[in-house]
Design a protein around this ligand. Structure first.
Ligand code: BDR
Ligand code: CA
Length: 312
């Protein structure tokens, strides 16, 4: 039985690859819907980009919903400096013709969890946690029905990428992150500690390009685009490919290791806003609320991506 998931996302080139991996893996993953959120770029672009990606995958029947256009309490911070003005800069892809669903993304999350048996739907957030937190706040009855949340966000040893202390997805909506991390739902966290070990080296990107397919070439061009920024920033041989760690985990959990620990979100300090304060060394007796991942078998991860993208 495939894992039944809702992908909550702000595409973003790496979000795009995460979605493609899920849509290429029907034996392991059934995508019930994709909810867009404001993050890397504003909502009007993230919902459009999600549809562009579904069409690129040849899956225009996928349901895409627009969710929240701003964080719960704060002004939206975006990341065009990484992802480009469109959020998906790199390849030239046609505007989507598939429809955006009428329903609001938060309502879709609520209705789906209410309709499905408890413990059968996994949430996969790849952007700020606004939609998930709004759903939990408006419909507390759905919280205990969630099977698991597998998300990309946070960092401990690698600390921050948008501020010295905070990772982008958590920083953009720390109040939402706090609601989610305190919800009691089992959470698996793909932090920067993992994703900074998953670098798109030239060989790995050439493997995507060498697929010779529309998808393989588009992914290589997306990666070429956002790498220019990260390679300079980190002085590394390639940029981290963050978000596909979430969907890869659903297929190959054995590629990752981590610790089940307490993670709290900083929501008040100006200096460290959005920091994931991870009790990696177990120095408090705060309850364990997250499986916080720290390592990845990077080569197997990229091999999996290449093999699955070849199917589209
Ligand atoms: C996260 O922030 C976004 O820019 C990426 O899509 C990823 O989800 C990495 O910090
Ligand atoms: Ca993202």
């Amino acid at each position: 039985m495939p894992r039944r998931i809702i992908i909550d996302t702000d595409p973003g080139q790496d979000d795009a690859v995460a979605i493609l991996l899920a849509l290429a893996s029907p034996e392991e993953i059934e995508v019930l819907g994709i909810t867009a959120v404001a993050g890397n770029v504003p909502l009007a672009l993230t919902e459009k980009n999600a549809r562009i990606i579904c069409e690129l995958a040849g899956k225009p029947e996928t349901k895409v919903f627009a969710g929240c256009d701003a964080p719960i309490r704060r002004k939206l911070v975006t990341a065009e400096h990484v992802h480009g003005q469109a959020g998906l800069n790199g390849p030239k892809l046609p505007d989507p013709v598939m429809p955006l669903q009428d329903q609001h993304g938060v309502d879709f999350i609520i209705d789906t969890l209410r309709a499905e048996p408890a413990g059968t739907v996994t949430l996969c957030p790849l952007g700020p946690l606004t939609n998930i937190a709004q759903a939990f706040t408006r419909a507390p009855d759905i919280v205990e029905k969630v099977q698991e949340i597998v998300l990309m966000g946070g960092a401990y040893f690698e600390v921050g990428n948008i501020t010295p202390a905070a990772e982008f997805n958590i920083y953009v909506d720390p109040e939402a992150a706090q609601i989610v991390f305190r919800s009691g739902v089992p959470i698996t966290v793909m932090s920067l500690d993992v994703t900074h070990k998953a670098l798109v080296t030239p060989e790995r990107n050439n493997a995507f390009r060498a697929l010779g397919t529309k998808v393989g070439i588009a992914v290589a061009e997306m990666t070429d685009f956002f790498e220019r920024f990260d390679k300079e920033k980190y002085g590394s041989d390639g940029a981290p490919l963050h978000d596909p760690c979430v969907t890869a985990y659903l297929i190959r959990p054995d590629l990752f290791t981590g610790r089940h620990i307490n993670v709290e979100i900083e929501t008040t300090s100006e200096l460290t806003l959005g920091m994931t304060v991870a009790d990696w060394w177990g120095v408090t007796d705060r309850p364990r609320n997250a499986m916080f991942m720290g390592t990845i078998d990077a080569q197997e991860y990229f091999d999996l991506l290449t093999e699955r993208l070849a199917r589209l």
